[in-house]
Design a protein around this ligand. Structure first.
Ligand SMILES: Cc1cc2nc3c(=O)[nH]c(=O)nc-3n(C[C@H](O)[C@H](O)[C@H](O)COP(=O)(O)O)c2cc1C
Length: 162
């Protein structure tokens, strides 16, 4: 399955990137780093001058779209949330794109300090995917204990199917 992983982290070379690099190989996936694009926060006027449409056009070439985010305050990173908020455009001004997302496979890749994320962390994604008619394949979450001087994966919750 042609797969792309969208990385949304405050750093492009951090823990989430390490997880993404690790999985990209086994899924033969391409990587799109949101930090390399200018995406404006959702605006009710619908007037934007940014890269959102280009990013979506790229994503629609793939059958499976994984979103990768660190857990920041039990939630998606700000970078990822700004991107997700813009998916509202897919229900209004860019409906054709929204229709093309239907039936695509998707999944969540995440890192955090806690051994397990709270249910709400995964739900904000799974419910959004469901709303858009996408097929959610599950989450892969890796915990890093910052009390250790070096970063070590401590636990892996792996429900993501290949
Ligand atoms: C702003 C911020 C908020 C965070 N909030 C949480 C949190 O709520 N729960 C948690 O387990 N880890 C939290 N962390 C730790 C990160 O999730 C963890 O270090 C993650 O692997 C960082 O990934 P990155 O290198 O891609 O940013 C937070 C880190 C930052 C910078």
């Amino acid at each position: 399955v042609k797969t792309i992983i969208v990385l949304g982290s405050s750093r492009s070379d951090g823990n989430t990137r390490a997880l993404v690099d690790n999985l990209a190989e086994s899924y033969s996936a391409d990587i799109l780093d949101l930090n390399q694009f200018h995406i404006q926060a959702y605006c009710y006027s619908g007037k934007y001058n940014d890269d959102f449409k280009n990013v979506m056009q790229t994503l629609l070439n793939y059958e499976r779209i994984f979103l990768a985010t660190p857990m920041y305050w039990y939630s998606a990173s700000g970078t990822m949330k700004i991107f997700l908020d813009r998916w509202c455009d897919l229900l209004t001004t860019e409906k054709s794109y929204g229709r093309m997302l239907r039936g695509k496979h998707t999944g969540l890749l995440a890192t955090g300090h806690d051994l397990e994320p709270p249910a709400c962390f995964e739900q904000m994604f799974s419910l959004t995917f469901e709303y858009l008619g996408m097929k959610y394949d599950g989450m892969k979450y890796i915990s890093h204990h910052t009390s250790l001087m070096h970063i070590q994966p401590k636990a892996t919750i792996n429900t993501l199917s290949h």
